[in-house]
Design a protein around this ligand. Structure first.
Ligand code: HEM
Length: 403
C-alpha cells in the first residue's frame, strides 16, 4: 500500500517519527547497504554521533574560510580564462572536488582529467543508489555500477586509504599531532572502525555514498540557484547586479531556490508499526510512505499564496527554514546542511561569525567572475526527466556592466 504525504505538517511529522524506517535504498544496496542513510535506531545513532564530530560549526568555518575559495578558484579558472562554460559541468567539477575533500579522497582540483574521471564514477554511484527509480534494465545498471566501484577502488580509494593509515600510525606513535590528521569522513571511519565494528566493505560504501550524496545535491542546488537568479534578474536587474557583489544576498536566493527545487524531491519510509499522525492520518505498518518534499515546500498554509514563485525577499513564519524541508528533518536530517546552506539568515549576527555555505560561495564566485547566460546558446531541459533538469546550460564570462 502506497501513501503519499504532501502537506507541510504531515511531512514534518513523518520525518520525525521514530517508527518510520528509511525505505528508499533497499534496491540500491550495491552502494547503500550499511551506509548512514540506510541505518535505523541505535546503529544509526552511533554512526551519526561519530560522523557528526566532523560536521561541527568550527570545522565548517575553517572549511569556508580556508579551503573553499582555493578549490573553487582552481576549478573555475579554466572556464573563466576560456570565457565560457556549462553550468552543469562547472557545478559538478566544483562539487566533486569539494565533496572529495570532505569524504577523504585525495584529488588535485587543478587536474581536470582526474576530476572528470572521478565524476564519471560518482555519477554511476548515484544511478546505483537510486536504482529503484530507474527505467533501464536494472541488472545492466548494477553491472555498470559494480564496474565503476571497482575502478574507483583501484584508482582513488586505495591510495587515499594508505596515506590516511600512515598518518594515523604516525599520530598513534606520537610523531604528529591530532591537528595534523585530515579532517574527513575516511580518516574518522578508519580511526573508529574497530569500536563501531565497521568492516572494510562498509567503509568503502560509506565513502562512495558520501561522494554521490554531496556532489549531486551541491551541483543541483548550484545550477538551480544560478538559473533562478538569471530568470529573476530579467524582471529585477538590480537584484542580479547586487548578487554579483553581495554574498549574504546570494545565500537568501540559494535558500529560496532550494525550497522550490529540492535535490531529493521525495523521501521514502516504511512504518515498523502502525503510526497515527496528530490529525488522525494512519500509516499502517509495512506500507510504503512517500514524503513529497516539492509539495510540502510549496504548502500555501506555510508559504502563502506566492508559494510557487521564486522570491528572495520572501518572509517565512518563525520556526520554518527558508529552504523548507530540502535538507530533510529528524534523525536522518542532512549532515551537510550547514556546510552547503550556511547558517540560517540572522541580520543581527556579525559578518565574521556568519557562514554562507558552499553553494552560495560557488554561485557568488561564478557571478562575481562575470558569469551570465549565453544569449546565443540558450539552456535546454532534459526531456527524459520528469523533473526540471538541464541537459545543457551554457554561460559566458564577460565584464559588461548590465545585470
Ligand atoms: C544542497 C545540498 C544538499 C541537499 C539538498 C541534501 C539533502 C539531503 C536530504 C533530504 C537528506 C535526508 C534524506 C532522508 O531523510 O531520506 C540528506 C541526508 C544526508 N546528506 Fe545531504 N544534502 C545536501 C548536501 C550534502 C552534503 C554536501 C553532504 C556531505 C558532504 C551530505 C551528506 C548527507 C548524509 C551523510 C546524509 C545522511 C544523514 C543520515 O542518514 O543521518 N549532504 N541530505
Amino acid at each position: 500500500m502506497m501513501i503519499e504525504l504532501s502537506n507541510w505538517l504531515h511531512v514534518k511529522e513523518a520525518f520525525r517519527s521514530k517508527h518510520l524506517r528509511q525505505a528508499g535504498y533497499t534496491e540500491g544496496a550495491i552502494v547503500m547497504e550499511g551506509t548512514l542513510l540506510d541505518l535505523h535506531g541505535l546503529e544509526h545513532r552511533e554512526r551519526r554521533r561519530l560522523e557528526n564530530r566532523l560536521f561541527r560549526r568550527e570545522i565548517f568555518s575553517y572549511w569556508e574560510h580556508e579551503i573553499l575559495g582555493q578549490t573553487i578558484d582552481a576549478t573555475m579558472k579554466p572556464f573563466v580564462e576560456k570565457g565560457a562554460g556549462d553550468l552543469a559541468q562547472i557545478g559538478y567539477r566544483c562539487a566533486m572536488n569539494l565533496t572529495a575533500t570532505i569524504a577523504g579522497i585525495d584529488q588535485d582540483p587543478r587536474n581536470e582529467d582526474q576530476t572528470e574521471l572521478m565524476y564519471s564514477m560518482v555519477k554511476k554511484f548515484s544511478e546505483g543508489a537510486t536504482i529503484m527509480h530507474s527505467t533501464r534494465d536494472k541488472d545492466e545498471v548494477r553491472a555498470e555500477v559494480k564496474k565503476a566501484m571497482e575502478s574507483f577502488h583501484e584508482d582513488f580509494f586505495l591510495a587515499s586509504k594508505k596515506r590516511r593509515e600512515a598518518l594515523i600510525s604516525d599520530f598513534e606513535s606520537g610523531k604528529i599531532s591530532e591537528e595534523s590528521l585530515p579532517r574527513d569522513v575516511f580518516t574518522t571511519l578508519l580511526r573508529n572502525a574497530e569500536s563501531l565494528n565497521l568492516d572494510e566493505d562498509v567503509v568503502f560504501r560509506e565513502i562512495c555514498f558520501y561522494l554521490q550524496a554531496g556532489a549531486h545535491s551541491t551541483a543541483n542546488a548550484f545550477t538551480h540557484t544560478v538559473d533562478d537568479l538569471f530568470s529573476w534578474g530579467e524582471q529585477h536587474p538590480d537584484d542580479l547586479k547586487r548578487a554579483r557583489n553581495d554574498l549574504p544576498f546570494v545565500q537568501r536566493c540559494m535558500h529560496e531556490s532550494l525550497r522550490l527545487s529540492p535535490a531529493s524531491p521525495v523521501a521514502l519510509r516504511t512504518p515498523l508499526e502502525d503510526v497515527e499522525l496528530s490529525d488522525g492520518t494512519l500509516l499502517p505498518m509495512g506500507s510504503h510512505v512517500v514524503l513529497n518534499l516539492i509539495e510540502a515546500n510549496r504548502d500555501p498554509e506555510i508559504f502563502g499564496d506566492t508559494a510557487n514563485i521564486f522570491d528572495p525577499h520572501r518572509e517565512v513564519p518563525d520556526g520554518v527554514a527558508r529552504w523548507g524541508m530540502s535538507f530533510g528533518a529528524g534523525s536522518h536530517a542532512c549532515v551537510g546542511a550547514e556546510l552547503d546552506g550556511g547558517l540560517e539568515i540572522d541580520e543581527s549576527r556579525p559578518s565574521e561569525e556568519s557562514l554562507y555555505g558552499t553553494v552560495s560561495v560557488m554561485v557568488h564566485a561564478l557571478l562575481s567572475a562575470g558569469g551570465r547566460k549565453d544569449e546565443k546558446n540558450p539552456p535546454e531541459l532534459d526531456l527524459n526527466s520528469e523533473r526540471k533538469h538541464f541537459s545543457k546550460y551554457p554561460v559566458v564570462f564577460t565584464s559588461e556592466s548590465d545585470g
